[in-house]
Design a protein around this ligand. Structure first.
Ligand code: XMP
Length: 247
């Protein structure tokens, strides 16, 4: 019998053990003109990162075939790959989109919980399983996130903040993690305390004001870092500086 690929959640945890909790957001502007830089970053940083996250604009500009080659390169270096598409449509559309990304080789995708389960997220989980990952938003990193994520919603006859419901939903549905901004370490702490086994992916370090150290101290499992590394004059040195700041 053919052996099955390890599930994303375990695979990235194992990779983190031998590298670091850093997920590189490969946000290289104008990637079609800067392919060399993208490949150089993957090459140079791979021993010290666990995964590479691709943004939607990056994939739109470069196109799926070239992105698929880059994903393959990440895999050759032992890295996991995450598609940050914040997927959020009805079932049959989600199915097409998820299949395109997974067939391009991505190991996980980020989805929005707001479409709900039936004929929404359920289809994404079905396409992803058994080995691919689904990560759900719980509290985004930008200032405006508070407009909705902190709204009190009625759930099982109680009023709870939307971000708690998002994390609860991710936990119940067996998601591979949630995104909680490093800009809000108190929310990371709260979600980690409620759902200790739910991995937390934390973006917003550096230019958005979040601290890598505070995010990890609060309970983040993975740090999503883009400009603080990619736009630095010496990306390796910046990465090492972030790692040296961790508890
Ligand atoms: P910087 O340059 O700020 O980039 O380190 C962060 C990367 O992460 C993405 N990002 C998010 N993705 N939920 C997400 O799923 C979020 O709350 C969030 N905040 C930032 C961003 O698109 C960039 O690629």
């Amino acid at each position: 019998m053919a052996s099955q690929a390890p599930r994303f959640k375990e695979a990235i945890s194992e990779r983190k053990r031998v590298s670091s909790p850093i997920v590189l957001a490969l946000d290289v502007p104008e990637p079609s003109k800067n392919m060399d830089k993208c490949y150089r970053l993957i090459d140079e940083l791979s021993p010290r990162i666990c995964a590479v996250k691709f943004s939607r604009w990056f994939v739109l500009e470069l196109g799926i075939p070239k992105v698929a080659q880059m994903v393959e390169k990440c895999h050759e270096k032992g890295l996991l790959t995450i598609m940050d598409c914040k997927l959020n449509d009805v079932g049959h559309t989600n199915e097409r989109i998820a299949k395109i990304y997974f067939e391009a080789g991505f190991d996980a995708i980020i989805a929005s919980p707001f479409v709900g389960w039936e004929n929404g997220l359920d289809v994404i989980f079905r396409v992803a399983r058994p080995s691919k990952g689904v990560i759900l938003l719980a509290y985004m990193s930008h200032p405006g996130a508070k407009d909705f994520f902190e709204a009190l919603v009625e759930w099982e006859r109680r009023k709870v903040p939307l971000y708690v419901l998002c994390a609860q939903f991710a936990h119940e549905k067996g998601a591979d993690g949630v995104v909680v901004g490093a800009t809000r370490p108190e929310k990371i702490r709260e979600i980690k305390a409620k759902f200790p086994d739910l991995p937390i992916y934390s973006p917003g370090i550096g230019p958005q004001g979040g601290s890598a150290r505070e995010a990890i101290e609060a309970g983040a499992d993975y740090l999503i870092v883009g400009r603080a590394i990619v736009a630095a004059s010496d990306p390796s040195e910046s990465l090492e500086r972030i790692l040296a700041s961790l508890p």
